[in-house]
Design a protein around this ligand. Sequence first.
Ligand SMILES: O=P(O)(O)OC[C@@H](O)[C@@H](O)c1c[nH]c2ccccc12
Length: 265
Amino acid sequence: MNILDKIVLRKKEEVALAKQQVSVKDLESNPVFGRAPYHFKDFLLAEERTGIIAEFKRKSPSKGLINGDVSVEEVTQQYNMAGASALSVLTDRDFFGGSAEDLKAARNLNNIPILRKDFIVDEYQILEAKSWGADIILLIAAILTPQQIAAYGALAQNLGLNVLLEVHNVEELERSLCPYVNAVGVNNRNLTNFTVDIRTSFDLVDKIPNDFLKISESAISNPQTIKELKEVGFQGFLIGENFMKSENPGEAMQEFVAHYNALQD
Ligand SMILES: O=P(O)(O)OC[C@@H](O)[C@@H](O)c1c[nH]c2ccccc12
């Protein structure tokens, strides 16, 4: 069994437990449930933003502990001030050290879109995302059938949430694309064996129809890479570890953006 299979198995147990503890009615009666979400596109394409989706991630199965000593409040606000177009907050506890509380804290303090970064395997998790204050959900093609992607996407759209579809190859892309998807994220990391290859993004970009936002995810550590990804058509860049491994992730992003801006001059 690979790591992705393990995560999905555990996730199904977690969701079953959560359903026993918090009813759908409870989720829907949370005042946050009624807030109007931000639109990913507005912030991704805004002139004064960077296109960077800055991720808050304490640990990961591939890297182990990345940063155990950071405040989600401080880091997400600094990401925001450094020009993040959106925040990505891990809510998986067992494998990534995240939580619902992290997302709620980020929501309270930031007025930009937030992606609930988790492994969605059940519609219940989409209602959770909405009641915690997320604006975007992640649907991972590698763990979902096309039917699930369409159904989950439709539910998200009904709730006003945007959908980021994550793919790793052309087969996943072609079988999973549907009108409920707003953005396609090409993950440069293979989630089954953790190998990373930025070429995945360059190889897939032209296969993504232009009516979807195009995001490159993972293993981005160099402003020059963003410049090159942008030149071939990417509008969003999901960066986690490169910032989080620093003692001060917000400052790391600020420096990264300064270097990126210097490349434009
Ligand atoms: O830390 P990185 O290499 O910059 O990657 C960020 C993000 O792309 C990665 O955390 C990620 C991409 N897809 C996921 C799915 C689940 C959990 C995590 C992820």
